[in-house]
Design a protein around this ligand. Sequence first.
Ligand code: NAD
Length: 268
Amino acid sequence: MNNDIREAAEWVRHSERLLVFTGAGISAESGIPTFRDDDGFWREFPPERFATWDGLFKTALHQPRAFAEFVHAVIAPIAAAEPNAAHRAIADAERHVDVTVVTQNIDRLHWEAGTTTTHEVHGSMFEIVDRRRRFRRYVSRQQLRRVATAIERASRGLLTLPRVMWAVRRIAGIGVRGIHFPNLVLFGDALAEPAWSASRRAAEQVDCVIQVGCSGMVYPAATLPEIARAQGATVIDVDPHSGQGDIWLRGTATQIVPELMNTAFAPR
Ligand code: NAD
């Protein structure tokens, strides 16, 4: 076993409160691609057209096929995903230590793995809201799968805006309560509340942070480990490509996280 894992495991083992902060990388091995990595989601779907509500609205209006391809590319992998060994190891750690999970992901995989407290600071693909976010309803993974299938069917013919809107009507469109759409944080939006305030409070109280699959480039979420570090917490990074923490465990989420938790909580 690598010495860094041993050292990191000691910090985890002796922590009273643990913050696990996750980004797209933790779900890569559940089949959901990250946006920033080489296979570059952003290259195919440039953020200025696809990562703001205004850009998305204009794309839907003028290029319904591109809009449909984007929605499909986002939801189809999420609809098919299951928690992986890293999500499960984090949920299991609750048997040993007080764990708060803060995720930038919208895929609900921490909940499904059994984590009790997950703050979703970038919202959720499964929560449908109205414009003022007063009305909320939830869709299941199976319903997301149906939307993905409806888009695939519609894409076989001439893809007009009404056809796209019909295909995605379960998650976005205009209904009796006005417009509805997934509760997501896009570029330029404030982070989801009360999740972000609760995450900041948690960061101030933990003695150890495990950061998994985060590029550290998505702000303001990326400030969270720094908030914890300023209070004296040790930051452990799990990522195959980069690490900014006190200890960088270089590898994928499923290679590292289960081993880290097993080492930390093995009976002695
Ligand atoms: P990010 O900050 O989430 O970066 C992804 C990081 O994951 C990179 O540092 C990369 O090196 C790392 N990584 C890649 N494969 C990994 C693996 N197998 N194990 C561990 N780490 C791995 O940035 P992003 O991908 O550009 O995402 C932008 C925003 O969109 C983020 O808020 C992200 O959470 C969100 N997003 C969510 C999902 C999801 O819900 N699953 C998927 C894509 C993007």
